[in-house]
Design a protein. Structure first.
Ligand code: FAD
Length: 457
């Protein structure tokens, strides 16, 4: 009992945290609201596929799950920009083949993590157990069995709240002391499909993240293993041009044929899917504290949900688990056993070190929406990207593109944001009066970079 950790929420972060804890010999009980997705058909979840990058990869490697995931992941080397006329422009994400991201099935990833957790004899998985609250005085969490309706109280040495952006654990903390804000984006999203072509071939470039930027809205598509693409359409919830008004077969078809003609031609079920599928909402959750004494810690979306435009929510949640594990490891290095871990210290240090970084990625994610839906289509953006690449090659370790810091390195998000802002100003100045990368004034770059940036790696 003294080393029992109850993990509430068996999604991406919860199941990974379960593995980390099991590997350190804690007794782990995981509680998940839904049925076991490895045996039951689970419909209508959030986003079918996700972009996995360095921070997530590191955590999956540490927990020995990475090889399995990479076998079912698809490399995305860059963005493929689709203009209204159907013209394609490819913008590479990284400097070479070592800097790519991976399209991964959310369900397969979650199943692999649950199975990897279950392999440890000190892990018990409990499905269809919905947490409804927590009694901080008695240290028990209340669960309702979704099949029987029966209520029970679970005791544990401590609790990890990884129950996602609408977290019941967080709500229980808010009732006591915590203060959180939830900023719902005025854009929603809808998932659509480009089905596989003949012989399960992908109908558009397989190894890219496709974007149809249309200034105030956009469509994106990530590849799936079966040859299909999951497309996500981001559009305002309300207003003259919004999900509210795009509400009939004809309107949907006309809108897509006019604005995304090449994609619409590949979507035979477009109107039906559009009208049948739910419109998702996106929220930024910020607040503190993430822990109460040594009793409970929130992590992942439960602590800091972010909008999806930097492809970092899951990667950040996985990095949370890595950090918590590091803090446990440090205590164990000082001779503390699983029963004697000072959870209050672990939780407080985690919160102190991590909050500024999760705030930074939350802001970067909101900012990146404008980049994706608008800037990527502009010639000036492409010029800046080309100049950025020259600076990266000329000043290795000194000028590291923001996208690279966030996606391909594990540089703290707050530092990535800070350096990204400085670099953006340098780029603006260097690109102000040029129209090709060949015109770049490297002497001026020397001065600007030398004055404002120091080595990062
Ligand atoms: P979740 O994955 O939401 O897991 C929470 C779990 O808790 C679920 O299994 C849920 O059933 C369970 N649960 C909820 N309430 C209870 C309860 N009361 N009791 C018990 N169990 C409960 N991130 C990326 O890194 N890359 C991407 O490309 C990306 N794309 C995205 C696209 C979209 C459209 C969206 C919406 C998000 C995207 N994200 C992406 C973000 C990513 O999905 C989340 O950050 C990630 O799922 C967070 O993991 P989590 O475990 O904290 O929460």
């Amino acid at each position: 009992m003294n080393n029992k950790v109850a993990v509430v929420g068996g999604g991406l972060a919860g199941s990974l945290m379960g593995i980390y804890l099991a590997r350190r010999n804690f007794h782990v009980e995981l509680f998940e609201r839904r049925p076991d997705m490895r045996t039951a058909e689970i419909g209508g979840g959030r986003s079918i596929n996700l972009a996995l990058s360095a921070r997530g990869i590191n955590a999956l490697q540490e927990t020995a799950v990475l090889d399995k995931i990479l076998r079912i992941a698809i490399t995305m080397r860059g963005r493929m920009i689709h203009s209204v006329t159907g013209a394609l422009t490819f913008q590479r994400y990284g400097k070479d083949e070592s800097e790519v991201i991976y399209a991964t099935s959310r369900a397969e990833l979650n199943k692999a993590l649950l199975s990897a957790a279950e392999k440890h004899k000190n892990v018990t998985l409990n499905f269809e157990m919905r947490c409804t609250g927590m009694n901080f005085e008695t240290g028990g969490a209340v669960f309702v069995n979704e099949r029987t309706g029966e209520e029970s109280v679970v005791q544990a040495r401590t609790f990890i709240g990884s129950d996602g952006s609408a977290s019941a654990m967080r709500n229980a903390m808010v009732e006591k002391v915590a203060q959180f804000t939830q900023e719902v984006l005025d854009y929603g999203y809808k998932e659509l499909t480009i089905p596989p072509g003949p012989n399960c071939k992908h109908q558009i470039e397989k190894n890219a993240l496709h974007i149809w930027p249309r200034t105030t809205y956009m469509l994106i598509a990530l590849p799936n293993l079966d040859g299909s693409f999951t497309c996500t359409f981001f559009y305002p919830h309300k207003g003259e041009e919004s999900f509210d008004t795009l509400n009939s077969d004809e309107k949907v078809r006309d809108f897509f044929t006019k604005n995304f003609p090449d994609a619409a031609a590949l979507m035979p079920d477009l109107a039906k899917e559009f009208l049948d599928h739910p419109t998702g909402s996106m929220v930024t959750v910020k607040g503190l504290p993430w822990h109460i004494e040594d009793k409970v810690l929130l992590l992942g979306d439960a602590a800091h949900a972010i909008v999806p435009f930097f492809g970092q929510g899951m990667n950040c949640a996985f990095e949370d688990c890595h950090h918590v594990d590091r803090l446990i490891q440090r205590q164990m290095g000082l001779g503390r056993t699983t029963e004697r871990i000072d959870w209050k210290e672990v939780f407080a240090e985690f919160e102190k070190a991590r909050k500024k970084d999760t705030d930074a990625i939350a802001d970067l994610a909101v900012e990146n929406f404008i980049e994706m839906r608008d800037l990527v289509a502009q010639p000036k953006f492409q010029l800046k990207k080309n100049v950025e690449r020259i600076l990266e090659d000329t000043y290795p370790g000194l000028f590291v593109p923001k996208y690279t810091m966030v996606t391909f390195r594990r540089i703290p998000y707050s530092l990535s944001r800070l350096r990204g802002e400085i670099q953006e100003k340098i780029l603006d100045e260097l690109c102000a009066n040029i129209s090709t990368p060949e015109e770049l004034d490297l002497k001026r770059a020397d001065v600007l970079i030398g004055k404002q940036l120091d080595y990062i790696e």
